[in-house]
Design a protein around this ligand. Structure first.
Ligand SMILES: Cc1cc2nc3c(=O)[nH]c(=O)nc-3n(C[C@H](O)[C@H](O)[C@H](O)COP(=O)(O)O)c2cc1C
Length: 327
């Protein structure tokens, strides 16, 4: 299958869905530049508006939505189906029924995987393509080893389906290495977080630009106690060991908090973050977005991947697509 034709792309470069960081503005800018722009999961009405924005601003390009399973509700799926999205990226869960429902509606379904078992499940469920995530990636992690190490296993298990590589892609050399290793394209998150069109708070982007290291932790796990990669901040300094592992109290609180993701409506995510303090071991997955107070950079998750250490500037999404594609 020619992925570029199927998804009406000029270049094999995708922008990762990144929750509130990746709205219609970013996805539309990436799609207009010929890459695959992905809208992060938003409350259903905002999702509909973002889908329409990409359709308007990037006419003729594919519209893609990230289905972040721990927070996915029926309303999100209905929004995707009734707005007629072209592709979906299922991540951090999933099942055969959802894949079938999307494919029956003509949606091209990717699933992000980080282990061979996850890749086997995705293929058994009938997905159209895989995204092989490496452990160096920013944000939440399914990746367990470096992306280029996992890629050959994912390609073998994909049985001819396209496989995109995610994790550590910040330059045309990274893209070239992934393609040479058999990937059909690349997915970049951190590079697009650091663009003018991302919805990240400016202080967050500045922290990422000046970061000296990233850590893998589970600290920001209230309601979603899964591994994630972040830049250290006031909260991690107080509650994480130097290697990122979480101290006893927040670890215990997070471990019992998974049902919260289903109970707390998305619209109240900001209110939960408002209660967060570096001194209080209650940290939700919310990231600091434009419009939130700048002081939240020390109490919320500064998601970023290892490639943050190589990125030196904020550029436009168009320029990021061109740089990653080597044009
Ligand atoms: C700020 C940020 C937020 C993210 N949020 C999500 C998300 O909501 N859903 C998802 O599937 N992946 C999310 N990811 C992970 C990306 O899908 C992707 O795997 C990762 O960014 C690739 O690694 P890179 O950051 O080195 O490019 C996020 C990544 C970042 C940097």
């Amino acid at each position: 299958m020619d992925l570029l034709d199927r998804l009406r792309l000029d270049v094999p470069v995708a922008q990762a869905g990144m929750g509130g960081v990746a709205g219609g503005r970013l996805a539309a800018a990436v799609a207009s530049a010929g890459g695959l722009g992905t809208i992060g999961l938003h409350p259903p009405e905002e999702l509909r508006a973002a889908i329409r924005r990409v359709r308007d601003e990037a006419a003729g390009r594919a519209v893609v939505v990230n289905l972040l399973m721990p927070f996915l509700r029926r309303g999100h799926i209905e929004a995707c189906l009734s707005e007629g999205v072209d592709a979906a990226v299922i991540a951090f869960g999933g099942d055969a029924r959802l894949v079938r429902e999307l494919r029956d509606a003509g949606v091209f379904v990717f699933m992000m995987v980080g282990t061979e078992d996850q890749a086997r499940d995705a293929v058994a469920w009938g997905v159209d393509g895989l995204i092989a995530q490496g452990r160096e990636a920013g944000g939440h992690l399914v990746g367990t080893v470096a992306a280029l190490r996992f890629l050959p296993h994912a390609i073998e298990l994909a049985q001819g389906r396209p496989v995109l590589l995610a994790g550590g892609v910040a330059s045309s050399a990274d893209t070239a290495a992934a393609l040479a290793a058999g990937a059909s394209g690349v997915v970049a998150g951190t590079r697009f977080l650091l663009t003018a069109e991302s919805e990240a708070h400016d202080s967050y982007r500045q922290r990422v630009l000046s970061a000296e290291r990233t850590i893998e932790t589970t600290l920001f796990g209230l309601g979603w106690p899964a591994r994630h990669r972040v830049i250290p901040n006031g909260a991690t300094q107080r509650w994480c060991h130097p290697d990122g592992t979480v101290r006893r109290l927040p670890a215990l609180i997070n471990a019992g908090s998974a049902p919260l993701a289903r109970l707390v409506p998305e619209s109240s995510a900001g209110s939960v973050a408002r209660m967060q303090r570096p001194s209080l071991p209650l940290f939700s997955p919310v990231a600091p977005l434009a419009g939130m107070p700048g002081s939240w950079v020390d109490r919320t998750a500064l998601y970023a991947g290892e490639s943050a250490l190589r990125i030196t500037d904020i550029i436009s999404a168009k320029q990021a697509v061109a740089e990653l594609a080597g044009r």
